[in-house]
Design a protein around this ligand. Structure first.
Ligand code: FHN
Length: 447
């Protein structure tokens, strides 16, 4: 009897806590897990935290660089920065309003900074008091309110989480971001007793669809630790999607993996779009002006046309577009961002069929005026015209099904066209639907 008990104890201790290894997942299983993300194509990035209080200004001057790096760029000591946290009280924050702005723009998922490099946590954490409930007057669980609003609206909730942490003493990096001046920082203790427990509570409390890591470039973090963290998280939530910044695989701002077996499910080009298509998943994260976190002085807003053309270019190359907003210290998404997102929604309302759940064609563009996406069943080509056409347009990259119809999205009647010597010559409607780009739906294949 005793030996049986001991054998059982040994079995449980050997296999009871064994982590499943998700790193070499079969392709069909990964395809199934990634399907919603690939079909979604368009997400909203939200950089929000105590850095919205100074909003890029310190000691009367506009700081250099981006708003969310003010603690480092202005070399603000931790106790000084904690004063911004202690005055973070975004009373105008309304999660439902934010989610409605995103949904009306055609956005399918939201990635918000649960914790950025400054270490301040936007949720009610049991692991630290440096959070929205204990260190700031706001005392409302922002991630819970946003998660609930996303669930109600059918928008996926996702979290950005910084591995680098400028507030946790044990996380102090040899790299020059030292702020805590800890004598002997114990990074392993930070990883095992702070970083992992916080990620576990984020998963258990809010069930995020994606964890978007960042700040992985510090020397203390390694690819091995990234692989371990990837498995730790997938064991907690098997269908979780995780970016490639969980490890050290990305090549700088180009964002794609430097080596084959890098941890993470998708590449993360930042402020840039890949030159062409890729044989792995990727998502371009970009700002609307020049900063991620709100900066009063940053008025350098990209035009709605530019943002829509970015979305088209990324979709035509088979990627996702993660477009950033940086809400103010009051809890409002800047008007300039709201206006652009409204125009993007108006365009997507007409042309979303050419963006969502489509595939990239080999020839993702023709000259600079036409980009192509393919319907998921391969039957249709969407020729997306990004420069206002004259009375007609010639498409040279499509073999059209003889006798099939050509439609322009947003126009009821079929287009008049002729097909000769491999060129489809299409007469444009008197009035083009909407602005900035127009889509011809053609039954055929891209040559
Ligand atoms: O340092 C961060 C930066 O603040 C911002 O979060 C971007 C967005 O992905 N990522 C890092 C810079 O590469």
């Amino acid at each position: 009897m005793r030996s049986m008990f001991l054998a059982m104890l040994l079995f449980v201790s050997m296999f009871g806590n064994a982590q499943k290894n998700y790193l070499n997942e079969p392709k069909d299983v990964k395809d199934q897990r990634m399907k919603w993300w690939r079909d979604a194509t368009f997400g909203m990035f939200i950089h929000w935290g105590a850095y919205a209080v100074p909003a890029g200004e310190y000691q009367g001057k506009t700081v250099k660089g981006v708003g969310e790096w003010i603690m480092h760029s202005s070399n603000i000591p931790v106790p000084e920065y904690e004063k911004f946290v202690a005055s973070f009280n975004p009373e105008k924050f309304n999660a439902k309003e934010w989610v409605a702005i995103a949904k009306n723009a055609g956005i399918k998922y939201i990635v918000i900074t649960s914790k950025h490099h400054d270490g301040f946590c936007l949720w009610d954490s049991k692991v630290t008091n440096y959070d929205i409930m204990d260190a700031a007057p706001f005392k409302r669980d922002i991630l819970k309110e946003l998660s609930d609003a996303c669930k109600e609206a059918g928008v996926k909730m996702c979290f950005y989480h910084s591995i680098m942490d400028w507030h946790q003493p044990d996380a102090e990096s040899k790299k020059s971001y030292a702020h805590q001046n800890t004598a002997n920082p114990d990074f392993a203790r930070y990883r095992e007793q702070y970083l992992k427990p916080q990620l576990k509570e984020l998963i258990e409390k809010y069930d995020p669809a994606v964890l978007w890591f960042d700040g992985e470039w510090i020397p203390e973090w390694t690819e091995e630790q990234g692989k371990d963290l990837y498995n730790f998280l997938r064991n907690l939530k098997p269908d979780l999607i995780i970016n490639n910044r969980v490890g050290k695989g990305r090549s700088g701002m180009q964002g794609m993996n430097k080596y084959k077996d890098a941890a993470g499910d998708f590449g993360t080009p930042e402020q840039e779009i890949l030159e062409g298509t890729a044989d792995s998943d990727w998502e371009s994260c970009m700002t609307m002006n020049d900063t991620w976190g709100f900066m009063k002085a940053d008025k350098n807003w990209k035009s709605s046309e530019n943002l829509i053309h970015n979305l088209i270019d990324i979709a035509a190359k088979g990627g996702n577009y993660l477009l950033n907003v940086g809400p103010t210290g009051e809890g409002l998404i800047p008007d300039a961002s709201v206006e652009r997102l409204k125009e993007m929604g108006e365009w997507i309302n007409i042309n979303g069929e050419a963006i969502y759940a489509t595939n990239s064609a080999k020839h993702y563009k023709e000259g600079d005026n036409i980009k192509y996406t393919l319907s998921s069943d391969g039957r249709y080509v969407y020729a997306i015209i990004i420069k206002a056409p004259g009375e007609s347009i010639d498409i040279k990259q499509i073999d059209i099904v003889p006798g099939s119809k050509v439609h322009m999205l947003g126009v009821k009647k079929a287009m008049k066209y002729s097909a000769q010597d491999g060129v489809v010559h299409v007469k444009m409607p008197k009035e083009l639907p909407g602005k900035y780009a127009w889509v011809l739906k053609v039954e055929g294949i891209v040559k």
